[in-house]
Ligand binder design. Sequence first.
Ligand code: BG6
Length: 486
Amino acid sequence: MSAFDLVIFGGLGDLSRKKLLPALYSGFVANRVTKDSKIYLTSRSELDKSVYEWLQDVFDATPPACNVDTKTLKSFADNIQIVQISLSDEGEGWSFLQNSLKEQNRPLVHFLAIPPAFFTSTCALLGQYGLNNDNACVVLEKPLGHNRETAAEINNDVAQYFSEEQTFRIDHYLGKEAVQNLLALRFSNLLFEQLWNNRTIDHIQITIAEDLGVEGRGGFYEGTGALKDMVQNHLLQLLCFIAMEPPARLDAQGIREEKLKVLKSLRPLQGTEIDQNVVRGQYKAGAMAGTAVKSYLDDLDLDNSETDSFVAIKAHIENWRWAGVPFYLRTGKRLPERYAEIVIQFKNVPHASDPRWNTNMQPNRFIIRLQPEDHLAMRMMIKDDKEDRAALREVELNLDVSGVGDSKRLGPYLRLMLDAARGDQSLFVHRDEVDLAWQWIDRIADHWASNPNSLKPYQSGTWGPYEAHDLMKRDRRDWYHDASNT
Ligand code: BG6
């Protein structure tokens, strides 16, 4: 990747310290971020120490994927400049950015790691200082609004200064290695594509489970909740990647057109359908790995709250490929472990040719694990070589590329920042997708707002409310991971 300039607005903030800077450092070590690239971190306040010392603290708290050595860290720090600016007022910092960046003939990425309330004023100032020229693009971090209307306002405001081709709405789940591999597997193997439909697939599960609670993020989380924080973006985007038709070309336009068709085909849930197909929960006190943890309300010091820290949804895509195949989505905080996984469960064989097989025959499953490690596997039945010929055994056909170590892989944020620098929008979200996703989510959120008693409690350290299991049990199915861990 050739040299570029990156300005991180909110450069000393949480996202920058926890995700962006560790990712950029790994990229620097791997020479993906070249030594002549420059990083500007904007902030309201000054640093009370050198950039090098500050980075040491940052990486002590959140270590990058690679080793940090003094010499490399010093040279990385030399590429970083802290710029003091206000996000709502002109000033010296803005003139400094203008002088440093306006005439540069290389990609310029503005990463808005700031609350959306500042998107408009920041983009307006970028326009005023001529920093929205043809070399420039803007990366928008979520939340993009809290409903369809507010998302449209943000998109309209940003569009006054940056064209859609210059606007990169990031969803870091799309930068994860397993999602890339999913596309490669689906569209470069005849085998998968032939099986990828309602004739062969029984159902699909997408789980993003987190063990953490809302520690430190309560201000943002309260009133937002899991539906808007996770389902509107990450889960629906993953669903689109699984369900979309093969694009004519695997480029931004091809991918986005196909994702839009999926979102348009999502069956809208309304009224009592929502009560039957969507479960929302909030964590109570419990124990995580043997340690007592507080409830959501106690974490945030609240007497009551209607905010969901858990959601499970049974969704349907109404088109020829997917008619009749349920997509079960679930996400939650304070679940027993942190993992994200997609399970494509195939139908049972139509007939057990040996009646003794019935006892342990499992349907084939294609497992796409996104984290904590990325992993792709097909689960299949074979004859158990230790037993007589009637015995079957389930084995895992591992589809990981052996020998590719983590250090050679780009983390999601690095991959996406480099994509933005080279102008590749294929893993970024078009505004029409944001709009359709909100339209689907708003129906559920509005229904909850008028039926406040639907929030189900669940104990921290468990897999969510009983109703989430019932959602599956009613269909004679189970959440795959929970069943295999019991
Ligand atoms: C963010 C959400 O988008 O994703 C957080 O706002 C969540 O609430 C996070 O914790 C999860 O991301 P990851 O990559 O750690 O699974």
